[in-house]
Design a protein around this ligand. Sequence first.
Ligand SMILES: [Zn+2]
Length: 480
Amino acid sequence: MTDEAKLTLVQINDVHGYLEPHHELVWSASEPTFPKLGGFARISTALSQIKSAGGEMLVLDNGDMFHGTYPAVTSKGVDLVDAVNALGIDAMTAHWEFAWGPAHFEHLCQRLHYPMLALNCYRTDDGTRPFKPSAVFDKGQLRIGVIGLAATIIDKSMPPSFSTGRRFDINEEAIAAEITRLRGHEHCDLVVLLSHLGLPQDAQLAARLEGVDVILSGHTHNRLQRAIEIGGTLIIQSGCHGSFLGRLDLLIKGGRISSFEHQLIAVDESFQENAAMAEIVDTIMHPHREYLNRCIGQTNSALHRNLQLFSTMDDLLLAAISTSAGTDIAFSNGWRYGAPIPPGPITINDLWNIIPTNPPVSVTEMSGSEIRHMMEDNLERTFAADPYNQKGGYLKRFRGLTIFGKIENPAGHRIEKIFLGECELEDDEDVAVAFVTEQGVPAKYGHDRRHLDVTAIEALEDYISEGRAQSQTVGRFYVA
Ligand SMILES: [Zn+2]
């Protein structure tokens, strides 16, 4: 490269299949607000505007693109292919894309106009990689190496079918070797990590690795207003659901970033819809609109997942599944995805956003001791002091229990007391529990586990259409 060059990195992360504008939770000092953000047609316009300024641009997707809404999950991601190809993405990495098994995803990738990168995904039988670890892009005078890091929890916290014949890791030596190869053999001026590990994990990587200029961080849905600088590495992350784009304008002098500007861009109504993309989205959505727009009830309070220790949206889900199973206690995973539902009507589309996997409602019998161990394990997965041990989402959601504990305590010793109703839960007490998915109650816990003949969405629809959507607060973790 010559002495001075410019590059604009644009980050798209954790879109979760949201093709159209949707409500998003934006905090104000007093209460949440729910503007309509996102949508591929607006994102297209935003990208065109950045490109039309004439500079060099790379558009990178952190993954969790192909799963999370009705059109995404009912087509196993396939219906989104035309739309994502038209966005002009240069490379991606992945997480929920593995929901239909590695073979399906690898097949889907063959239809993408850009590479899927994962340095940390290996075949378990021969140790080879199913995806390229990195890609090199020539942009004007600059040569940029992009390394993909898929979610490492795919074979640890997700259902086993996600990772059949595959394993995932965080291996600093392997990443360092690829950085060396890109800078040496490939003559890259700049190295970017496109990561789906999560922000705490990426911050630790930045502190420990040499030679990383930028980490585009995904998975944890952080809306970083300011880029983080750690040891010469810049880190950004840009929300979720396509509601925001991250823009990082870099000035490179003498092989180093000499200055930068960062913007978290809200994809709001100021971006006119790109007509060609609007048509692609409409073609995908048209067959589903009548079904998805059906109103099934009302909520007086906002339903959302934007808090760590509890969620009004999951309170409703847990109320619905425990009602359909006839239990006092219910568990679900602390999922981060799911567009909020402001006070007002609830549609079928909202239910698919709440729980796009639409699993059966399941029941099992658990002892008090098992519940304690499961929650301790979840607290460690969520709040581990070593970020590489953080494998959860938000805290596991639960109903029927009141738990007091300290988050900062050592692993296995965070919970002080668990109450079932007014009484303390005894270790040898057996209780019936409703749950959804193995992320809700992992297979190693409980006995007499069985699926009921009702899905989560059917349970929600029944519960809401009976006018019971005003979710009761009966399950909280209190920091003691
Ligand atoms: Zn993720």
